[in-house]
Each structure stands twice: as structure tokens, then as C-alpha cells.
Design a protein around this ligand. Sequence first.
Ligand code: ADP
Ligand code: ZN
Ligand code: ZN
Length: 732
Amino acid sequence: MFADVIVDINNVEVDRIFEYSFQGCQVKTGSRVAVPFGNKVIEGIVIGIKENSVFPLEKIKPILRVLEETPALTEETLALMEFVCKTCYVTRAAALRLFLPSEMRKGKVKEQFVRFVSIKHGLQINEILDNLRKSAIKQIELVKYLFDNGKSTFTSLSDKFGSSALNSLVKKGYAEISEEKFFRSPYKNLDTVKKDVELTPRQNLAINSIVKTDKTVSLIFGVTGSGKTEVYLNLINKTIEEGKTAIMLVPEIALTPQMLKQLRARFGDNAAILHSGLSVGERFDEWWRLRNGEARIAIGARSAIYAPVENLGLIIIDEEHDGSYTSESSPRYSTVNVAKFRAEFNNAKLVLGSATPSVESYLKAQNGEYNLVELPDRINKRPLPTVEIADMRKEIRRGNNSPFSSILKVELDECLSRGNQTIIFLNQRGYSKTVICTECGHVQKCDACDVSLTYHKEDDALLCHYCGAKYKMITACTECGSPFIRYGGTGTERVVAELQKLYPKARILRMDRDTTQNKEGHFKILSSFSAREADILVGTQMIAKGHDFPFVTLVGILDADMSLHFSDYRSSERTFQLLTQVAGRSGRAQEAGKVVLQTYSPDNPVLRYAINYDYENFFKQEISIRKATAFPPFTDVVRILISGEDEEKTLAVTKNVYDDLSVVYNLNKDKFRFFGCMKAPLKRLQNKFRFQVLMRINAEDKNLLDEIFTRADKHKTRLISVYMEVNSNNLT
Ligand code: ADP
Ligand code: ZN
Ligand code: ZN
């Protein structure tokens, strides 16, 4: 017999199918195998089996070994591999790596076994004791212990009674050792309190609508605190009862324990968790529990979309709008697209949930492609928190240079004195490079693209990341002439220090990249805050989403407008989402919540929509801007990134790519909204010079995308890489 094998080398030159021969029936489609390759032995995946080969027999080498009895991959994963290759423009080997825990490849991690000791079957306690010398005290104690407690682990017994007593009992044949597979299970000590809630009529309507619809995708548009989680849990329950499996995704690893808690409370060991924060062994064991069908619910962040479950009935993507669902490193897949593929393949349902759907998704819901399900009210009709705007321009004029406005201070006093909790949120992503006037709040933008410019220190200039235009750095505001120009805002550490000065007795926690380095760092900070061990939590994006803290009645948002000026066409959308999410953390239980939003541009319409929770009108405005400026979802932003160590050669390749693509451009001018060639915003990275060809083309013209890829791809060489990205989150 012959097998088609993909070898685990991520290189275009070997991105082909190789044939190997084998005998016996151990080799199956999806098996991981060891094969000879050149003069080495490497790992590969069998993607097909056949009786005949087209090659002469003497040229075909044999498979050396099958690495696991159960094939690691299924028919579905193999189809998914082809899908990822085609849509992300990567090799098969690169796509395959998404499906297997990385440590499993190259055999770095194995199953773990534990040794147990028990009394030999059928022996009575007296038979043994009669035969032991009276002086063998440890052995006698050990025998009694085993009769009282039954089978115990070897290590626990040798700790208690010493290994020599243990070994001699085994030697004499009174006790025996057995090995059992040990599951390394993450988050062992999660408390799992099951809340018994009666569904609201709205929640029931939502569930029925999702069960009945014949559309693959349902979008739940439900305000923060509207009880979406309960809807998810019910849908999962129905799926499991039908004998199918489910995948539940949340946007951040920090949110997985909270969800796991709820899943374990209902489904026990049926839930398995998959994310990169687990230890190698834990991930390996959880992965196999899912692969073997011992666990039928996978929970995790983005990468859990590749969970090895069969007979999939349901995929849930919570906070579907979140940027983290688009991978930022190769392969740059969109989780929603992969989920759609899996849902269609399995005839399963895909449920997207959000209080602030992405404009792409909401447009699809309006066009009838998605089933739209609404949960417009908070549970028990609790009001959404009221939002007050603090105008930071006025604060600065009054001489207030602290990070906190006077309104926020008043609210903080009040909140602390009542013993409630506060969240202080810093908007910290990518903002340090936008240029903002502290007098009038004006932000420098590109004339052609209407996105914020980014300051580049090396050439002291402002750059547009969408068209490459370069502007002189300003010394005074172009709007009001003020010389008070600022980049970015304050860091979390300074905020904590200032708060501590104002409130020496307050207990303050900080959550950001620095304080969450280790594995369960997120979890510890959040649990501690949740247990009311602190009064104030200061943090960045990580604290914005999903968390349910019942005693938080105040949320302060510093620099609300910073992400508004992020140099990305999605910055309005991101800001609206972020503000709604953060505000949603306040007033979730008995007491009403408040939000203080500090800004330099209090009249900005996006902020206005956000404080009124007016998604519909925000959406209308945003979608018309996207249409007018020709940005997604109306176009695809395509970038070909060319990089290499030799600047001249890289530039030469760039010119060739550009010339070659100009042919496509000239034949399809009506489909192009932008076509240009320039240095990448980050001109040099890891010793490589970077150039790019940027395009915006009419959306979803897959043939055109493929043609662009094929033409560009031909130009890559061993030293110069040519890489294509579509709608990437990050165009640096
Ligand atoms: P969302 O995910 O939409 O923000 P959650 O699912 O976190 O909202 O629900 C908000 C709060 O309401 C949670 O504390 C949850 O336990 C509670 N809750 C949800 N559904 C019900 C219900 N039917 N009855 C009572 N409380 C509920
Ligand atoms: Zn100004
Ligand atoms: Zn521009």
C-alpha cells in the first residue's frame, strides 16, 4: 500500500505530497508517521492512502513508524488544512501546525503514567500479617494501611512508609504495582458553583430562534449583562444531549477560567480547555481527551477553533468583534472564517455573540445572511450605567496635570467611601505615536485616507499606513495653532502611584502586560479583585472584556479618545466597542453603575454614540464612511510585503512584483480602489529591509486575490520573502 505524506518542514520547496510505502493496517489517513527524508528521519502526516503508485517501486521509501495508534488528524482537519492554505496563502506544513499541540511534534511530550500499589488480588490481611516478622513494623503498617485505604500511589506510600518496606512487600508477592494513565488537568482547584437560573422569555426566544433557523450563522446582539452566557450554556447542553460536540471561544486567555468554571459546574469532565498558557503536559492531555471523545466541549481562546473534536454540533464565538480573533502572525487566519468552514463541513451551528458586533457581521445580519437574535435589556432590567464626560482640555487649562479629572475624583471619593469597587481603565494600544493637540483635541490625519498619522522618529515625520504618504512633523497644532502637542498618555504604573497618593488607604491592583507574565497571573489578579481583596483595579485592554464583578459601581476611562486616533480604518469601531465593553463592567448587580469618560474631543460623534449606547446609529454612520472611503467590508486591504537583508535586491524584487501586479491592475482598474508601492511603515525589522505593494480591491473577489497571490509569489527567492496579507490587523 502507499501513503501520501506531507512532511513537517515549513518550506515552499517541499510543500508537496510525498509518497511512501507501508504494510499492515496501522497507517491510516491522518496518522502521524516517521519517514526517511534525504538522509534524515522526520515527522509527517498521512493525508491519503492508495493501492497503486505512479512512481517506480524502487524509488519509494517505506514509512518507518506510526507515532500514535489513533490518527492525530481527521478527514475534517485535512480538509481544513487545504482551506487554510488557500485562504491564508501558506504551506500545508504551516497550516498543519495549527492543528497539533506544538510539543507533540518532534515527540517532546508524552503521556504520563502514575504507579499505583495495591494488595495482591485475593489475599486476606491475616495471611500476610502471619507471614511477616514482628519486627518488620513498617511493612505491617503498610499492609494495614493498604487494606484500609485501598490502592494508593507509589510516591505517597514511599513518603509515608519508606521505599524499602514497599519494595519488599512487592518482592514477596503481597503487593503489586500497576501503571495508570495520569491526566494533567489544568485549573484543578476552580470552585464550581452552579447557578440555577430560570431563563427569561427573551433568553428563551433567543435559544429557539437559534435552534430553528436554517442559517448556519446566528448573531446574538445583546447588551452587556443581558445574559448571553446563559444562552450559550443552554445551547451547549442541547448539543451534548444530541450526542454532538461543541467549541466555545472567548477573546482572551484571562477569560477562560471563568467560563471553564461554569462549564465544569454543568458538564464536569466533559469540558476540556486549550490555550497557550497551559503547561506542555496539560495541553497535550487535554488535546487527547478531546481527540478521543472523552471530553466533548472545548473551551479556549482563538486557537481552540482547531480543537480536535468530531461530530461538531455547535461553535460559539463570544465577543465576536474582538481583534484577537484575527491571528497576528502567520498563518493570519480569521477565526470566524475557520469557524464557518467547520460549521458548514459538519452541518453545525455557528453562534457569534457581542454587545457591539463588528460592522462586517452586523451588515451580514442586516442583509439576511446571518440570523439576527437580539437581547436588548440587561437581566432584571438593571439600567446600563450612566456616563459622564470629563473634558480634559478644560482640566489642563485649570492647571490640573494629574491623570484624573475633578469629576472622576469626586466619584472615586464617593465609591470608596461606600465600600464599592472601581475600575480605572487606560487605553493603551498603539497610542503613543499619534499626535494630539491638548488645547483643541485635534489629531493629525492623512488628507487622502482620513486615518490618523503615525509619528516616525527616525525621520521625524508623520506617516499614513494606508497610502504611504509622508507629512512633516508639526510644531504647532494645524487647527488652532497651539504649541501644546502631545503623544500618547500615562502608563499604568504612574496611575497607580498617583492614586495611592490620593488614597493612601485604598488597596490597588494593577493588571497589564507586566503583571500578567506568568501562567496564572491574570487569573490571580482577577480572582483577588473579585473576592474584594482590592478597592481599585487599574488596567489596560485586558480588563475591558467579559468580566462580571458585582461590586464595581464606578469605571473611570482615562484617555477615552486615544484608540480613536489609532492609525487604522477600524479605530472608530474599536473605540466604540472598547468604551461599551468597559462601561459594561459597572453596575452589574444591585447598585446602579457610573462611568466617567475622560477625553480631549468631547464632541466626537463616536464618543457620543458610545455614551448613549446607540449602536444602531453608530453602525449607520460607520458603514457609510467605510463605503465612501472604500474600506472593508466594501473592499479588501491587500498587502504584499517584500523583505530581505540586501536593500537593493529587495527593492529590485519589489519593483518586479509591482510591475507584474500592474498588469493585473491595468486589466481590472474598475475593481481596484487603490494601488501603490512604497517602503513599509517599519522600514527595517530584524535586519531586513521591508517594502510593500498596497492595494484595496473590491471585496470578496477571490479570483482576483488568487491571481495577485500567484503573480506575487513567483518572485520570492531563498533570501527575499514575498508575503501576502489580506485585511490584516496590523500594517506596520
Ligand atoms: P452577558 O454575557 O450578556 O454580559 P451574563 O451572561 O454575564 O451577561 O449575565 C449577567 C448576569 O446575569 C450574570 O450574573 C448572570 O448569572 C445573570 N443571569 C443571566 N441569566 C439570568 C436569568 N435568566 N436569571 C437571573 N440571572 C441571570
Ligand atoms: Zn489645536
Ligand atoms: Zn493616506
